[in-house]
Design a binder for this molecule. Structure first.
Ligand SMILES: Nc1ncnc2c1ncn2[C@@H]1O[C@H](COP(=O)(O)OP(=O)(O)OP(=O)(O)O)[C@@H](O)[C@H]1O
Ligand SMILES: [Mg+2]
Ligand SMILES: [Zn+2]
Length: 449
């Protein structure tokens, strides 16, 4: 059997022209090779998995190629093929994360003084350069101050701000960026065609979204998804594989919440929770969609600002922007609360809070006195139901005849009227603000309500 090579490695670009996105750094490097104006030190900064190491290797090939043309390596000469096979003696790749000490850099400084063995240039690729120790940086600085001829340093880093300015200022800095969704999709289509993978376009779109601009992740996800689906990549397969929901389902869920369908929303949330869907991811995606709705309500030409504008954002034209601002606040807060109460609980409460959205009227109407102050009786009973559900979620204990409910201050404040009404109705109920909330003061409540 043939050895299996993961997609991310198998489809690593070998020429500048194969690199996806990254037009600026690629163009600068190609021109530098063409015009013979290569810097002795570069700093490649940008997110993980977007082509920094890949481009550094292509650069190594381009400057050492025996038959370069227009700044591109030929890919077939002896030097090119040695580099492609990873055995070129003048290309030295150092993982700074595991060789971060001064001794490592000292060794490097010594080796730097030897002329290249085979090629025109000796190339040092320092991966994760920000991981070097202070002493190592100092040693490196000396080398960068008096760069030996025919040596090129490429410092790759995902955290450029951790590189000391003395070092950074001696490098030509090239920024690598996240790759656009559409470009990732075409990349995945290209791999799928070459691999004979049968795919749903929607599924590739999901992979592109999940990989968040990182091509390495995109390639490995496709790899996993195609073996999971036995060479078929479907949206459904991805949902089970990744524990994520498609955009369509995310929007369905959001619509239920916006429409105040609390019963169905809570049922679905529970269902997703039990199915192992990544709730935080789902929630983040919904929050992003709420922000897009707000933008499309506020702007004259939202399609120029929102990356993937579509008619979904128009669906709630009958609802005021204030309702969505409120919703965005609740959603963002819920995401923060997941840190101490877990996603499922935080989101359940947020859904309950969100149902008041229906009762929010535009500020302009309030000002002009046109606000419909009392909700219809049907809405009212739904709200009572919501309050009872909320109370049902609280921790309760008995003290004599009384039932004491522990409640977070901000939730209490948000529903104060209703809770007090409930208290009056029952007679034996009391609400007690949770201790840890009291200590923190009401800073957090002030931001929300
Ligand atoms: N711009 C790109 N064009 C085409 N493929 C890419 C690109 N960026 C990354 N890839 C794919 O992802 C893999 C990893 O890329 P690479 O090692 O260059 O990323 P990196 O930016 O150095 O990431 P890290 O910061 O994690 O080291 C490559 O083998 C390739 O398959
Ligand atoms: Mg790298
Ligand atoms: Zn060549």
């Amino acid at each position: 059997m043939e050895k299996y090579i993961p997609f991310a490695r198998k489809y690593r670009p070998k020429f500048f022209k194969e690199v996806i996105g990254q037009e600026v750094p690629v163009r600068i490097l190609k021109n530098a090779v063409k015009l013979n104006k290569i810097s002795h030190a570069y700093m490649f900064s940008g997110p993980r998995g977007v082509g920094k190491t890949t481009v550094a290797r292509i650069l190594a090939k381009a400057v050492n190629c025996l038959n370069p043309s227009e700044g591109e390596p030929c890919g077939v000469c002896e030097n090119c093929s040695l580099i492609d096979r990873g055995v070129f003696p003048d290309l030295i790749e150092i993982d700074a994360a595991s060789n971060r000490g001064i001794d490592d850099i000292r060794n490097l400084r010594e080796s730097v003084n030897y002329t290249p063995m085979k090629g025109k240039f000796k190339i040092y690729i320092l991966d994760e350069a920000h991981m070097l120790t202070k002493e190592a940086f100092n040693a490196l600085l000396k080398t960068l101050e008096e760069p030996p001829p025919s040596t090129i340093f490429v410092l790759c880093t995902t955290e450029a701000d951790k590189i000391p300015p003395t070092i950074a200022s001696r490098c030509q800095r090239l920024m690598f960026s996240r790759v656009k969704k559409e470009e990732i999709i075409s990349y995945l289509e290209m791999i799928s065609r070459k691999e004979g993978i049968d795919f749903e376009r929607e599924a590739l779109e999901e992979i592109a979204i999940a990989s968040d601009g990182c091509l390495r992740d995109a390639a490995s996800l496709l790899d996993q998804a195609s073996s999971f689906g036995e060479n078929r990549v479907t949206r459904e397969g991805l949902e089970s594989l990744l524990g994520i929901l498609s955009m369509g389902k995310t929007r369905e869920f959001l619509t239920l919440i916006i429409e105040g369908n609390i019963q169905r929303s809570l049922e679905l949330l529970k269902d997703y929770y039990l199915r192992g869907i990544n709730l935080i991811r789902l929630w983040e995606n919904m929050t992003a969609e709420v922000r897009n709705i707000i933008l499309s309500k506020t702007l004259d030409e939202p399609e120029k600002i929102i990356e993937h504008y579509d008619e979904f954002y128009q669906r709630f034209n009958d609802k005021p922007v204030e309702a969505f601002l409120y919703l965005e606040n609740i959603f963002t807060r819920a995401l923060m609360e997941t840190r101490y109460k877990g996603a499922f609980d935080a989101f359940r409460m947020a859904i309950i809070k969100a149902t008041i959205v229906k009762e929010i009227v535009p500020l302009s109407k309030v000002i002009s006195g046109k606000a419909i102050v009392s909700a219809s009786s049907e809405e009212k009973s739904e709200k009572d139901e919501a309050i009872e559900k909320l109370i049902g979620e609280l921790e309760a204990k008995k003290e004599g005849e009384k039932i004491i409910y522990e409640i977070e201050e901000n939730i209490y404040k948000a529903f104060e009227d209703k809770l007090e009404e409930y208290k009056k109705k029952k007679g034996n109920v009391e609400f007690r603000i949770k201790e840890k909330d009291k200590k923190k003061g009401n800073r957090s409540t002030a931001t929300l309500f």
